[in-house]
Design a protein around this ligand. Structure first.
Ligand SMILES: [Ca+2]
Length: 287
């Protein structure tokens, strides 16, 4: 599979075409709210919506620093652990996980998933990394220090994003639903539908748990939302089209995807699929 050169456009390979179509079907399902289509979620069912009572705030990204990012990486998960950055990269036949020294950008260790697996989000739980897969419904559990595979866990949905909130795991599946899971088994405990002004917020993708809230990239947009994981309410919105590099202008998959919280500096590290840069930012109100 070839990657696009900056500023050029090429037709996707058959595998990518199938992938794009599959994701477009998911998107169409949600947009059209057609429950009769197999595989569509019922997130648009009004009876499942949460009534918003708290107004959300609007943020902008104050850029603190810019750092290089590998344009070969189809970023699916991003998480900071002290001096180390964990990043997962998707696509069939190319999926991998890397540990990167944040100061030097050097890759400390990496793990390649089998060619039949499409890596998605990742998070650290204790001394282990849990890496989701898109439609394979199996998570790879790695020793964080060595990247030795410890085990694989099966779960019951598509895998998009994952983060650890307190003693529980939160996952997204591309719909408006977040699923709260057991951190050891990934067995689902409960779900919450994410909403803004009474409407479901679909396409929740990469996640980050920080300061008791869940932050989510909204797929194929320049938007990150902060979510109250108990009520599902969106409590803050950051739209950041200014971060998107021109090299991805014609790449529908080249959107913002990758959010990691730096607890030491109280900042966030943001990037996107095949982006040449990562941005260390602080979210500040627009007014
Ligand atoms: Ca993350």
């Amino acid at each position: 599979m070839r990657f696009r050169s900056p500023g050029t456009r090429e037709s996707p390979s058959p595998a990518v075409h199938v992938l794009l179509c599959a994701r477009r079907v998911v998107l169409a399902c949600v947009l059209l709210a057609t429950p009769s289509i197999a595989g569509c979620s019922d997130d648009t069912d009004p009876t499942r919506r949460v009534t918003d009572t708290t107004a959300s705030v609007t943020w902008r990204a104050e850029i603190i620093a810019r750092k290089a990012h590998d344009t070969n990486v189809f970023t699916q998960g991003l998480e900071i652990d002290g001096t180390v950055l964990y990043e997962s990269s998707g696509l069939y036949g190319r999926s991998s996980v890397r540990a990167i020294d944040r100061a030097s950008g050097r890759v400390l260790r990496s793990y390649d998933l089998p060619a039949t697996m499409f890596a998605e989000g990742l998070t650290r739980i204790g001394d282990r990394l849990v890496v989701l897969t898109w439609q394979e419904r199996v998570a790879f559990v790695l020793d964080a220090a060595t990247f030795t595979e410890v085990t694989r866990l099966e779960y019951d949905a598509d895998g998009w994003g994952i983060c650890a909130l307190g003693e529980e795991i939160i996952t997204s599946d591309g719909s408006a639903r977040l699923t709260v899971r057991d951190p050891q088994t990934l067995v689902a405990r409960r779900t919450v539908v994410v909403s803004l002004a009474g409407a479901a917020v679909t396409n929740l993708n990469e996640l980050e748990c920080a300061s008791g809230a869940v932050y989510a990239n909204v797929w194929r947009t320049d938007r990150i939302v902060r979510i109250d994981a108990t009520s599902g309410q969106v409590t803050a919105i950051a739209d950041m089209p200014e971060l998107r590099p021109r090299s991805t202008t014609d790449d529908p998959d080249g959107a913002l995807n990758g959010i990691a919280y730096d607890a030491t500096n109280a900042t966030f590290l943001l990037t996107g699929k095949r982006w040449p840069e990562m941005f260390e930012v602080r979210f500040v109100p627009t007014s």
